[in-house]
Design a protein around this ligand. Structure first.
Ligand code: CP
Ligand code: NVA
Length: 299
């Protein structure tokens, strides 16, 4: 049976720590291997991407494999060839699918009808590769992740959902402040709580950030929600991460953002460009973590 990585919960807890340590080792020692020699990994992207696409393409090459990139615009996917057909065809050519798309159920269709590993490169529901890289970025500063508080300020979106799952696996306390109507999915939250995650939800960004070691946010309108931008700007008023909000966080607290950022919306320019901002390390760590995730799948 091929291994898939659709959400963080697909990696057993004890193995997740090993993946984290391996990503750190890959970073520190600039690891190159031939693990994927002779293997072709298809990147299928139905949404735009800079970091995820490039870090996967480079990462696959650094593990000796060949990445092939396609989009729905320039393939038959854009002309409604069903995913269940696409999955069976691509399984005959390639050794894995790295997929950025809309609904999570599309990945599940690829898993059901294909017979090669499927990796979630972002869906409307989750962004697990990003959060695994963010774990590395936090681990580098605070190795004891069980003892830290992570704040999420803004939309209860794919990033928030993956931070919720990350709280199950890595044991940090997560405080989420989301405006009314933009809370994370109830089932995802309840499932994480049932699995022992320490999570608090509030409407008050100051309460979520109080004493937090890491303060996270993301755009207010994700890919596919662009037409809601104006409506969301109204709903998210008061949810900007700015210097006043950061002042309530722990001493030496860090600001995090998966990027791309909308300066002056979800975060002020001064916080984004401040020494507390670790966004470029987050972006770099995508590469190291993609390699560790691929190793977890293919080793
Ligand atoms: N953070 C992230 O996934 O960036 P891209 O959309 O550029 O891949
Ligand atoms: N929530 C954002 C993340 C982008 C990396 C989106 O889905 O557009």
């Amino acid at each position: 049976m091929p291994k898939h990585f659709l959400t963080i919960l697909d990696i057993p807890k004890d193995e997740a720590k090993q993946v984290l340590l391996r990503a750190k080792e890959m970073k520190d020692n600039k690891v190159r291997t031939d693990l994927l020699a002779g293997k072709t990994l298809l990147l299928i992207f139905e949404k735009a991407s800079t970091r995820t696409r490039v870090s996967f393409e480079v990462g696959v090459r650094q593990l000796g494999g060949d990445p092939v990139f396609i989009t729905s615009k320039d393939s038959q996917l854009g002309r409604s060839e069903p995913l269940k057909d696409t999955a069976r065809v691509l399984s005959r050519y390639a050794d894995g699918l790295i997929v950025r798309t809309f609904g999570q159920e599309k990945l599940e269709t690829l898993v059901e009808y294909g017979d090669i590993p499927v990796v979630n490169a972002l869906t409307d529901e989750y962004h697990p590769c990003q959060i695994m890289a963010d774990m590395l970025t936090m681990y580098e500063r605070t190795p004891n992740l069980e003892d830290i508080k992570v704040a999420w300020v803004g939309d209860g979106n794919n990033m928030a959902h993956s931070f919720i799952n990350g709280a199950v696996t890595f044991g940090y306390t997560l405080a989420l402040a989301c405006p009314e109507g933009y809370e994370p999915d109830k089932d995802i939250l309840e499932n994480a709580e049932r699995l022992g995650a320490k999570i608090v939800t509030t409407r008050d960004p100051a309460e979520a950030v109080r004493g937090a070691h890491y303060v996270n946010t993301d755009v207010w309108a994700s890919m596919g929600q662009e037409e809601e931008q104006k409506k969301r700007e109204v709903a998210f008023a008061g949810f900007e991460v700015n210097a006043a909000l950061m002042a309530g966080a722990a001493d030496n607290a860090k600001f995090m953002h998966c990027l791309p950022v909308h300066r002056g919306e979800e975060v002020s320019e001064d916080v984004f460009e401040s020494p507390a901002s670790i966004v470029w390390d987050q972006a770099e760590n995508r590469l190291h973590m993609q390699k560790a995730i691929l190793e977890w799948i293919y080793k």
